[in-house]
Design a protein around this ligand. Structure first.
Ligand code: DOR
Ligand code: ZN
Ligand code: ZN
Length: 444
C-alpha cells in the first residue's frame, strides 16, 4: 500500500502527548502517526528535520470581506494571510457588503470563496429578519450565527428581547452556536452623546464610550435571555475583567457558554495607544494592564476557550481618519497570532498544550468542525510546522493581507510557522503561498 505523503522525523503534538515520529497522509487525512519503520510507503516523503508539528490553527473570528469590500481584503488575500500564519481554517464574519443574512447571500459568498480560498473556510451568518429563514441558512451550511449588540447588523431587531429569544431558541434547536459581539448599544449611545456634545473626537473619548460597562451589560443581558433556551453562546473578544467575570459566572452555573480573547487584548493595553494611536483602535478597544492580567490568568486556568484574531482589515486611510468617530476600528491579525503565541510559549508564559487548546482544539469543538483541530489518526491533515527557535521581527509590509500595518510592527518574536498543510496539501512553504487552487474546503 502506498499513501500520498509521509512527513518524517517530526515532533508531533498529538492529543496523547508529544511523539517523535512520522505522519502518513492519505486522501487529505491523517492515516497513521508512528515510528518511520511502521509507516506505509508514500509517493512523497518530506523530512521535518526534528521540527514541531502542531494542529493548524482554527480562527473562529475573521473578517474576510471581499464582494463590495474587496478593496480591504478578498478571499485570496485573506486566506493567504491565514496560510502564512499557520491558520488552516477560518470562520468568516457576516458584516459584509452585502451582509451575510440569508441562504442566498451565504451561497454567493461560498461560491466566491470556493474558487479563491487557500485555507478551509466556514461561515457565520447574521440573523435574518424572518425566523423562517434560519433553517435555510443552516442547511446552506452556516456553522454559527453572529449577533452584534452594538448596532443592528442583519435582520433581527436587537432591541426586541422576544425576537432575540425566538432566534436563540431556533438556533439552539438546530444546535448551531451564536457568536456575540458583547457591547450594549444603549450604553454606547448614552456616553457617545455626552462626549460628542463635549466636542471630543480623540482616542480616549472612544475608550470612554466603548467601556467595560458596555461589555458587562451586554454579557448580562444575553446570558439572562439565553438561559431560557439551550442555545450555545460564544462571546467574542472578551476584553475586560468585568465582562470576563460575568461570563465565568454563567459558566459556573453550567450554562453552555464559551468565550474567546484576541492576541491584542492579551498583549497590549491602553498604554500602547499613546504610541500606536489610531492604528491600534479596535472594537472593543485596548484595556488596562489589570484587565490584561485577568485575561491571562483565566487563559491559563482553562477558562478562556479560544484565542481568535478578530482579523479586521481596513485601508490605512480608513485607519488614519481625523476624528475617532470616522475611523474604522480593527486590525489584521492572521499573520501575527501564531508567532506572538509561540513567543509566549518560549517565554514560559503559555504552555504549548494551552496554545493548542485555545487555537485549535476548543474552536473545533465549539463550532462542531468534525475531525479538525487535533493531530489524530482519521482527522483531516490540517497542520502547521513551526520553528520554535526562529527569531525575527514582525514586519507588516510583508503581510499577505491587504492591510499592511500592525500594532505589533517591529516586535521581536521567537517561533515561526514554516509550513502549512491544508487537507494534506502543502499551501505555505517558508513564507511563500504555493497552494494548488481547490485544495481548501468550504465547510458546510
Ligand atoms: O474592531 C472591530 N472591527 N470590531 C468590530 O466589531 C467590527 C470589526 C470590523 O468588521 O472591522
Ligand atoms: Zn466584534
Ligand atoms: Zn470582529
Amino acid at each position: 500500500m502506498s499513501v500520498d505523503l509521509v512527513l518524517h522525523n517530526a515532533r508531533i503534538y498529538t492529543p496523547k502527548g508529544i511523539v517523535e515520529a512520522g505522519l502518513a497522509i492519505d486522501k487529505g487525512r491523517i492515516l497513521k502517526i508512528a515510528k518511520e519503520t511502521n509507516l506505509p510507503h508514500a509517493s512523497e516523503k518530506l523530512d521535518m528535520k526534528g521540527k514541531i508539528v502542531l494542529p493548524g490553527l482554527i480562527d473562529p473570528h475573521v473578517h474576510l470581506r471581499d464582494q463590495q469590500l474587496a478593496y480591504k481584503e478578498d478571499f485570496f488575500s485573506g486566506t493567504s494571510a491565514a496560510a502564512a500564519g499557520g491558520v488552516t481554517l477560518v470562520i468568516d464574519m457576516p458584516n459584509n457588503k452585502p451582509v451575510t443574512m440569508s441562504a442566498t447571500s451565504l451561497k454567493e459568498r461560498m461560491k466566491l470563496a470556493e474558487t479563491q480560498a487557500v485555507v478551509n473556510v466556514a461561515f457565520h451568518s447574521a440573523f435574518p429578519e424572518s425566523l423562517e429563514e434560519i433553517p435555510r441558512i443552516v442547511k446552506q451550511g452556516a456553522v454559527a450565527f453572529k449577533l452584534y449588540l452594538s448596532q443592528k447588523i442583519g435582520g433581527l431587531d436587537i432591541e426586541d428581547d422576544d425576537a432575540l429569544l425566538r432566534a436563540f431558541s431556533k438556533a439552539g434547536k438546530m444546535k448551531v452556536p451564536v457568536s456575540v459581539h458583547p457591547e450594549d448599544k444603549k450604553t454606547l449611545e448614552i456616553i457617545k452623546k455626552e462626549v460628542q456634545q463635549a466636542g471630543r473626537r480623540d482616542v480616549d473619548a472612544y475608550l470612554k464610550v466603548h467601556s467595560p460597562d458596555a461589555e458587562l451589560k451586554a454579557v448580562q443581558h444575553i446570558t439572562q435571555l439565553a438561559q431560557k433556551t439551550n442555545v450555545h453562546i460564544h462571546f467574542c473578544h472578551v476584553s475586560s475583567a468585568e465582562g470576563l467575570n460575568a461570563i465565568l459566572a454563567t459558566k459556573n452555573m453550567g450554562l453552555p457558554v464559551s468565550c474567546e480573547a484576541t492576541p491584542h487584548h492579551l498583549l497590549l493595553s491602553s498604554k500602547h495607544l499613546k504610541h500606536y494611536r489610531t492604528i491600534a483602535v479596535m472594537d472593543p478597544p485596548l484595556r488596562t494592564e489589570k484587565d490584561v492580567e485577568t485575561l491571562w490568568k483565566a487563559l491559563r486556568q482553562g477558562l478562556i476557550d479560544a484565542v481568535a484574531s478578530d482579523h479586521a482589515p481596513h485601508t490605512i486611510e480608513e485607519k488614519n481618519a481625523e476624528s475617532v468617530w470616522e475611523l474604522k476600528p480593527g486590525i489584521p491579525g492572521l499573520e501575527t497570532t501564531l508567532p506572538l503565541l509561540l513567543t509566549q510559549v518560549n517565554e514560559g508564559r503559555l504552555a504549548m498544550s494551552d496554545l493548542i487548546r485555545v487555537a485549535s482544539k476548543r474552536p473545533a469543538e465549539i463550532f462542531h468542525l468534525r475531525d479538525r483541530g487535533s493531530l489524530a489518526e482519521g482527522c483531516w491533515a490540517d497542520l502547521v510546522v513551526v520553528d520554535l527557535k526562529r527569531k525575527y521581527r514582525i514586519d507588516s509590509s510583508n503581510f499577505y493581507s491587504k492591510a499592511k500595518y500592525s500594532p505589533f510592527d517591529g516586535w521581536k518574536v521567537r517561533g515561526k510557522p514554516i509550513k502549512t498543510f491544508v487537507n494534506g496539501q502543502l499551501v505555505m512553504d517558508d513564507g511563500e503561498i504555493i497552494a494548488n487552487s481547490g485544495t481548501s474546503h468550504i465547510l458546510r
